[in-house]
Unconditional design. Sequence first.
Length: 229
Amino acid sequence: MRQSDWKLIRALPLFCDMSEANFEELVSAAFLQRFPQHVTLISEGDLPDFLHIVVEGSVELFSVHDGHETTIDIIRPVTTFILAAVIRDAVYLKSARTLAPAQILMIPPQTVRDVFGRDAAFARAIVNELAERYRGVVRSLKNEKLRSSAERLANWILQADALQGLRNQIDLQFDKRVLASRLGMTPENLSRNLALLNKHGISSSGRNIIIEDPAALERFAKPNSLIDG
């Protein structure tokens, strides 16, 4: 693993304040692996084999029930998943697969729990991360229940543009089907909502979304820090 990758992981809030000896124990038990696109990394209902950290690429968290599938989240570098199952030694409530070729660091769960039990800074960081994930779930619920599907899409576009450097252009790194599922709509609804947003400063072609009038889009989206963070 490159030294720059170790530094990125060490800088994560989860690891930055823990002792050097305990960090060394975690990473010495870990291994780094590359996965191609569309590989299932974990399956809901299974017990955790590892704490996963996305170093490169992207990972889709999803769930399936009675023949229906939904996207729960999209994980980008450098981020852990699914921490709660690892700490509780409980079954996964979500599955995960690579959306693009990915590099994943995997730490055995017992090692994580052992260090959690004796490193106070690491334990506090885990509590903080779990609390932030909980708040993220609350925001997601508010987004779904308080906004129309078009408003959810508009706010997602604003957030995605911010993540990609405020270029007023979003280059999707995954199928629109995944985006539709993440936003709680069908692919057909996504197409209709993109067309609806044409009059609010948006144009799209394939996997490219152009923000032609940022002010008009923001007026329609009505971003809210208590929902969007």
